[in-house]
Design a protein around this ligand. Structure first.
Ligand code: GTR
Length: 911
């Protein structure tokens, strides 16, 4: 059908008498299946309700590509001053009228332009015309907008005697859907296209609308009245406004924040300030999106932060009363007239099967979701998408989903050559809202490409310069606010000084680095490092030491790791071996048996210590627990095999074996460490407590259980606490060893043992440097940064690691009284190093960088340099202040590269 239409409408007969500029003569122009009713010069300055018009030629007619078609259209061409461009104009809602305001805007700015009613005459929320008229649904779906483009361009060409040099289309909502229809089906029509808030996944959007109506309007107890939207928005902003570093009533990057509305539950009498259980359930559904009965997400839900704004959830979702919202009208209008041809169809009966019927019957006519834009790209087309983050009609996430589908289909690089997406924080549907929301989106190119999206599109098409940011403005009684909109996924980052109402004080940056770098307290809406839980500000080093630091330790005890329920215990160290000529005379090897309970038949562990041979005086040492047994750190046959269980088999089933010697040597780099003048102390972590849920019975903690108890309280230590305690006891030993400089112990841990190293370093300041290698969730990665492992997953997989209270924050990270930046800051003023690996997304490198960057606040208070950079450094570009950070290529592991940086870092601070 596409091809037929294109051919049909491409045929243009130009009577010889017409050589441009004869407006009335255009009535005789022969266009197939078209009737031209009006061709007249308008010189009065007014037409069709529009004023201040320049003199133009108005052509109006009807196009009939099918027997049931009745597509009204108008083409307006300026009599003088044509800029040689053609502008296509779209329609919102169910269309039904010519967009005169768009035509007026076009001719005022020198464009020739065309608009159509898309084949029916009705209000934009009425779909009654579609009932029994499948050809009209096709016209509405995509045909009218195309034949209008072809006819409009033909008329323009006939009038001027020259083809337009460029053709553009710009529209929003249903018009955004039309825009994508043009790019996907009729790529020859336009050189540049702007699709705003596209309703392009029409069938799924209206599935969402009806399922939301079922969840709210159909049930009196679940219905959320408009009067409650203010309380909902306030709670959402409280959770997420701060995450972008600027508290201004606008959530800069809703993707970076999770909001659970549970706190809005009414505890006493119902009021506008709270929600009943049924309303809360409905609200969660509105945020969550449209799922089928099996729970599969079919279409995303609404973003938070603009619920109560004008043009927000009130008109679109809740309405003045149940069944009085715009989305109710759209959802029922679609199902009654386009899907079931039944004006009495009842939305309360809507099922998964109905949705499938709608898709099967109408998607091919109405959806413009095809990610294959090869033909549009090949003709040199450029596409700009935009969407208001607070859109209450079409969830903003939907445009990101489409954009990413194009990237997936065409490749991210190719997509970058001809598609840009601009997300608009705080903007409602196509405009309005609390954020700067005016950037020329609702008209033709005016002003310059810096502030006008249409001008930016034309610049891209005409000069090849792609837009990376566009400055949006909002004028209110209170003044003017400007803010850059950034090409997705970048977000506007406050540079840290100057008015937050001025675009110049922002820059476009990767979203996470943006949040991490400049938040004075904590990133992502996390607790402020320098504010006591009771709100008091911490402004001196002394206040940090005396008040805030102990408070933060207590918060980690109560909410994450649990309190260490032990003093030094009765630990006994028994020298087991001393070899002065180890590793080919390069090392002294000492092995020490640790009796954790002070008796030979209790829990015990083996400590391995290498010191550089011939060292003069006490040597600094690296200390780290190992995963596989001491014998795995080096092939050295002198290392005693662990007597207890091996982690590679069920507990008690398998002892360590000779074959494991040196298996993890890569991760330890023993010779390099020794050659640089450091010792290495290590112990198998299972020697402190075996790592499984139930390991408690076999490790160091059991001796501290109160009589008759089999588990610790919800705020008492887990296995990580046990391993950290073991590290402190090893420090006790190192203090007693006269060959060791115990004031220079660098504690290094990988992964779960990286979490352990941080927690040990927080509790025991004898560790002079603390190094977290890929420690991830519960370690250096911000819990509030929702990438990779989260609080729910880690506690499900490893219920024994943390205290039980930590589980309360599953899917409620925003409520945690602590986060990783606070853990890292507990090392201050001692040097601390956080390392990530590029392929280790499970451990969330960006979230790790953020905590390292944010902890700098405390270092600076204590007179030290923090990380010293705001942007996440590139691969293999270590940054070393008193806080250090690097991200290397490769997977979750400790490598020679990592050790090289740790040795440099220790040299930097200790030599
Ligand atoms: C993973 C776990 C991480 C990390 C890692 C490890 O399975 O999800 O939190 O600690 O184990 O310790 O190797």
């Amino acid at each position: 059908m596409t091809t037929n239409c294109t051919l049909l409408w491409a045929v243009l007969a130009l009577p010889g008498s017409l050589r441009g500029a004869d407006c009335a003569g255009l009535a005789k122009l022969s266009l197939p299946a078209a009737t031209i009713a009006v061709a007249e010069e308008v010189k009065s300055g007014a037409a069709n309700g529009q004023k201040d018009l320049p003199p133009f030629c108005r052509v109006a007619g009807v196009l009939k590509p099918s027997v049931d078609s009745e597509i009204r259209f108008e083409t307006w061409v300026p009599l003088a001053g044509w800029n040689s461009k053609f502008q296509g104009i779209g329609n919102g809602g169910f269309a039904g009228s010519i967009t005169y305001a768009g035509l007026a805007d076009a001719v005022r700015n020198g464009y020739a332009a065309a608009s159509t009613d898309t084949g029916h005459q009705a209000s934009g929320i009425d779909a009654g015309w579609a009932l029994g008229h499948p050809e009209k649904v096709i016209d509405f779906g995509h045909r009218a907008i195309h034949v209008t483009a072809v006819a409009g361009k033909a008329i323009t060409t006939a009038f001027y005697g020259a083809k337009p040099t460029r053709s553009y289309f710009n529209s929003c909502s249903n018009g955004g859907r039309q825009a994508l229809m043009e790019a996907q089906r009729y790529p020859e029509d336009y050189d540049g296209i702007i699709a705003g808030a596209p309703a392009n996944n029409w069938t799924h959007l209206l599935g969402l609308a009806v399922s939301n109506m079922q969840a709210t309007a159909s049930n009196a107890t679940a219905y959320i009245p408009q009067s409650k939207l203010a309380a909902i928005q306030t709670a959402a902003l409280a959770a997420c406004d701060k995450a972008d570093a600027v508290e201004d009533g606008v959530v800069g990057n809703p993707e970076g924040c999770r909001f659970d509305p549970g706190a809005l539950a009414c505890s006493g009498a119902e009021s506008d300030k709270c929600l009943t259980a049924d309303q809360l359930k409905a609200l969660r559904k509105l945020y969550d999106g449209y799922r089928d009965a099996k729970g599969k997400l079919l279409y995303p839900g609404y973003s938070l932060g603009g619920e109560a704004e004008q043009g927000g959830w009130g008109p679109w979702i809740t309405g003045n009363a149940p069944e009085k919202s715009l989305l109710f009208a759209f959802g029922t209008g679609f199902y009654r007239n386009m899907v079931f041809s039944d004006p009495n169809w009842d939305y309360r009966k809507f099922t998964d099967a109905d949705f499938k019927t709608a898709v099967a019957k109408t998607a091919s006519m109405l959806d413009s979701t095809d990610p294959d834009l090869r033909r549009f790209k090949a003709r040199g087309g450029k596409l700009i998408l935009y969407h208001g983050w607070c859109d209450a009609a079409i969830p903003a996430q939907a445009v990101i989903d489409y954009y990413q589908s194009v990237q997936k289909k065409m490749g991210a690089k190719t997509t970058g050559e001809f598609v840009r997406l601009f997300m608009v924080p705080g903007m409602q549907h196509c405009g309005g809202g609390a954020g700067p929301n005016s950037f020329g989106q609702l008209g033709v190119a005016q002003a310059d490409a810096r502030t006008n999206i249409s001008a930016a599109l034309e610049k891209w098409v005409e000069t090849g310069a792609a837009p990376e940011e566009i400055i949006a403005v909002r004028k209110t009684a209170g003044g003017v606010r400007t803010r850059p909109l950034c090409a997705y996924p970048k977000v506007a980052r406050y540079k840290g000084s100057g008015s937050t109402d001025e675009a110049a004080n922002f820059e476009c940056a990767a979203p996470d680095a943006a949040a991490a770098a400049i938040v004075p307290g904590g990133p992502l809406g996390s607790p402020d490092l320098l504010r006591m839980a009771d709100g008091r500000k911490v402004s001196t080093a002394n206040e940090w030491r005396r008040l805030r630091r102990p408070e933060v330790v207590r918060l980690f005890e109560a909410n994450q790791f649990g309190r260490t329920v032990a003093g030094r215990g009765k630990v006994v160290f028994q020298a087991a071996e001393l070899e002065k000529d180890a590793l080919g005379s390069k090392a002294v090897r000492k092995q020490t048996t640790v009796l954790w309970e002070g008796r030979p038949d209790g829990a015990r562990g083996e400590l391995l210590l290498y010191l550089p041979a011939g060292a003069k005086g006490r040597v600094p040492v690296f200390l780290g627990l190992n995963f596989g047994g001491n014998h795995t750190v080096h092939a050295d046959r002198g290392i005693r095999l662990p007597e207890v269980w091996s982690r590679r088999a069920p507990f008690g089933k398998k002892r360590a074996e000779e074959s494991g010697r040196g298996a993890d040597a890569q991760a330890w780099q023993v010779e390099t460490i020794l050659a640089r003048g450091y010792g290495l102390a290590t112990m198998y972590y299972g020697d402190i407590e075996p790592d499984f849920n139930g390991g408690l019975e076999h490790g160091v903690r059991r001796q501290f259980l109160a009589a008759g108890k089999t588990e610790f309280a919800a705020d008492e230590w887990g296995a990580i606490g046990a391993w950290a305690w073991g590290l402190s006891r090893i420090a006790d030993y190192l203090e007693s060893d006269r060959d060791v400089d115990a004031r220079h112990i660098a504690l290094m841990g990988h992964s779960r043992l990286g979490k352990t190293a941080l927690w040990a370093g927080a509790q025991d300041e004898r560790f002079g440097i603390v190094i977290s290698n890929d420690s991830g969730e519960g370690g250096a990665a911000m819990s509030r940064h929702l990438v990779g492992e989260d609080v729910a997953r880690i506690n499900e997989s490893f219920p024994h690691w943390f205290c039980r209270n930590y589980r309360k924050y599953a899917k409620r990270e925003s409520e945690l009284p602590v986060d990783a930046h606070m853990l890292v800051a507990l090392m201050a003023p001692r040097p601390v190093y956080v390392a990530s690996a590029e392929e280790d997304q499970w451990a969330d490198p960006e979230g790790e960088f953020m905590s390292a960057a944010a902890a700098g606040t405390v270092y600076e208070l204590l007179g030290k340099k923090g990380l010293g950079v705001r942007e996440m450094p590139g691969i293999h570009q270590p940054v070393m202040g008193t806080v250090g950070y690097h991200i290397r290529a490769g997977k979750h592991a400790v490598t020679a590269y990592d050790w090289e940086q740790y040795l440099k870092f220790a040299d930097l601070h200790w030599k």
